[in-house]
Design a protein around this ligand. Structure first.
Ligand code: PHE
Length: 450
C-alpha cells in the first residue's frame, strides 16, 4: 500500500480546492453565459443553483473522499463493495481524463494569447476573428502551446500533494486574486463602464426561460468542478479536522466571487467600445476582447499591454490550477490501483492525455471535416463529458449519499464526529435526496432533448 500524503494546512485545503474550481469556467464560460442569457437575471439564478445544488453536491464529494482516503474509484468500491456504484468512480476518473485532454488545448490558446499580448500583437488593427480562426486551425502552433501547458501541469503533479499541488496553489491563487482586483479597477475606469454595470446588475426577468435556468445549473456544475472525481480526490488528502461544510461554503463562495468579478472585468470593457456585442459566445475572450483592447487602448498602448497581459495571465493561472486537479484525479488512481510510483504515473497520464489532445486540437483544422454524429472530436468530447457524464455523475453522487450511505456515517463526516455543529443537516439530506436529483434529472433530459 502506498503511503498517502495530506494537505499540510487549512489554507492549503481551501486554496487547492478553490484552484480546482476557479478556472476557464469562471473567466471564460461564465461571462459568455451571462452575455448570452441576458445578464443580471442569469446571475441571480446562478447564485441560487450554487446554493441549492453546488454546495450540497460539493459536501457530498468531500465526505466520500475524506472518509475513504482513496482515489475516486477505490472510494466508491470501499463504501459499496461489490455494488454497481463503483461505476460512478470509474466515470469520474474517465471524464477527468477526457476533459483534461481538451482543457489543455484551450489552455494552450490562453498561453499563446498571453505571449501575443506581451508582444503587442493584440493591439493592432485587424480582424480578430480571422486571427483566432487561422491560429486554431494551424496544425502545429496550438499543439506546441498545449504541450508547454501540459508540461507545466505535469511538473506540479509529479512533485506530489504538499510540495506540488498545495505549494503552487498557495502561490498562484493569491496572484490570481490580485490580478482580478487590478483588472476590475481598470475596467471600471473605462468610458462605457456604466452601461456594462447596468447590464450586469439590472435583472430583466423577461429573458428567463427554462433553458436559462438549466444553463445556469450546468454552468454551476462545470465551474465548481463537480462530479469529476477532482474534489473527491482532493478531499482524500484532507485531515480529520478539516471542516467539510465550512470548506465547501468557502470554495463555492470564492468560485462565485471570481466568476462575478470576471463579469465586472469583461462587460464594462466590452460596452466601452462601439459595435461590440456582449453575446458573442465562446469567442468573447479570444475575439471580442482583443478587439476591445485594440480600440480602447489605441491612444495609450502601454495600458493596453498591461491590461491584456494581465488578463491572459489570469486566464492561464486559473486554467493551470484546474488542470492540476483534473490530472491529479487520474494520477491518484494510477498510483494507487496500478501500484505505479507518482513520477511515472503522472508522466503516463500527461503523455496519454496529450495524445488525445492532439486529436482535439486538429479537430479545429485538418480534422474539422471528420465528424461523429455531427460533432467534431473536440465537440464530441465536450458533449460526452459536460452534457452526459457530468450531470449523470452528480445525480449518482446525490443518490448514493442521500439513499445508500449510512446516515450516521454522513453525519459523522460532516460534523467531524459531532464536534462541529451542523444545524442544517436534515435540510442537507432533503436536498441530496430530492431537490438535487430532480434538478439534475431535468438538466439531463433538457440537454439530451435539446
Ligand atoms: N471548474 C473548472 C473551471 O471552472 C473546470 C473543471 C471542471 C476543473 C472539472 C476540474 C474538474 O474551469
Amino acid at each position: 500500500m502506498t503511503e498517502r500524503s495530506n494537505f499540510g494546512s487549512k489554507l492549503g485545503v481551501v486554496l487547492a480546492s478553490a484552484g480546482s474550481a476557479v478556472g476557464l469556467g469562471n473567466v471564460w464560460r461564465f461571462p459568455t453565459e451571462v452575455g448570452n442569457n441576458g445578464g443580471a437575471a442569469f446571475i441571480l439564478i446562478y447564485l441560487l443553483c450554487v446554493l441549492a445544488v453546488g454546495v450540497p453536491v460539493m459536501m457530498s464529494e468531500f465526505l466520500i473522499g475524506r472518509h475513504t482516503n482513496a482515489n475516486t474509484i477505490t472510494a466508491f468500491s470501499k463504501l459499496a463493495p461489490g455494488k454497481w456504484w463503483r461505476i460512478e468512480g470509474v466515470a469520474g476518473v474517465f471524464v477527468a481524463f477526457l476533459i483534461l485532454s481538451y482543457y489543455t488545448i484551450i489552455s494552450g490558446w490562453t498561453l499563446y494569447y498571453l505571449v501575443q499580448s506581451l508582444k503587442g500583437a493584440l493591439l493592432t488593427d485587424q480582424d480578430y476573428s480571422v486571427y483566432f480562426n487561422s491560429f486554431v486551425s494551424e496544425p502545429f502552433t496550438p499543439l506546441l502551446y498545449a504541450i508547454i501547458f501540459m508540461v507545466m501541469t505535469h511538473l506540479v503533479i509529479a512533485r506530489g500533494v504538499q510540495s506540488g499541488i498545495e505549494r503552487f496553489s498557495k502561490i498562484m491563487m493569491p496572484m490570481l486574486l490580485l490580478i482580478i482586483g487590478i483588472l476590475v479597477v481598470c475596467s471600471f475606469g473605462m468610458p462605457g463602464a456604466g452601461t456594462g454595470l447596468r447590464f450586469l446588475l439590472k435583472p430583466d426577468f423577461s429573458k428567463v426561460t427554462a433553458s436559462v435556468v438549466l444553463s445556469a445549473m450546468g454552468q454551476a456544475f462545470f465551474s465548481l468542478s463537480l462530479a469529476m472525481g477532482c474534489l473527491c480526490t482532493y478531499a482524500s488528502y484532507f485531515t480529520p479536522d478539516t471542516k467539510l461544510v465550512k470548506t465547501a461554503v468557502s470554495v463555492c463562495s470564492i468560485d462565485t466571487f471570481v466568476a462575478v468579478l470576471s463579469g465586472f472585468i469583461i462587460f464594462p470593457a466590452v460596452f466601452s467600445v462601439p459595435n461590440v456585442s456582449p453575446d458573442e459566445g465562446p469567442g468573447l475572450v479570444f475575439v471580442t476582447l482583443p478587439n476591445v483592447f485594440n480600440i480602447a487602448f489605441h491612444s495609450i498602448p502601454v495600458l493596453g499591454y498591461i491590461f491584456s497581459g494581465l488578463f491572459y495571465m489570469l486566464l492561464l493561472l486559473a486554467a493551470l490550477t484546474s488542470a492540476m486537479s483534473l490530472h491529479e484525479s487520474v494520477t491518484a488512481y494510477v498510483i494507487e490501483s496500478w501500484g505505479i510510483p507518482r513520477k511515472k504515473a503522472s508522466a503516463m497520464v500527461s503523455a496519454s492525455c496529450m495524445t488525445l489532445g492532439v486529436l482535439c486540437s486538429l479537430s479545429f483544422g485538418v480534422l474539422s471535416d471528420f465528424t461523429i454524429c455531427g460533432l467534431t472530436i473536440f465537440g464530441l468530447f465536450d458533449f460526452c463529458a459536460s452534457k452526459i457524464i457530468m450531470p449523470a455523475g452528480g445525480l449518482i453522487i446525490c443518490l448514493f449519499v442521500g439513499w445508500y450511505l449510512d446516515r450516521k456515517l454522513v453525519y459523522n463526516e460532516l460534523t467531524n464526529c459531532d464536534t462541529v455543529p451542523f444545524r442544517l443537516f436534515r435540510f442537507y439530506i432533503f436536498l441530496v435526496r430530492y431537490v438535487v436529483p430532480i434538478a439534475i434529472g431535468l438538466i439531463f433530459i433538457n440537454e439530451l432533448l435539446g
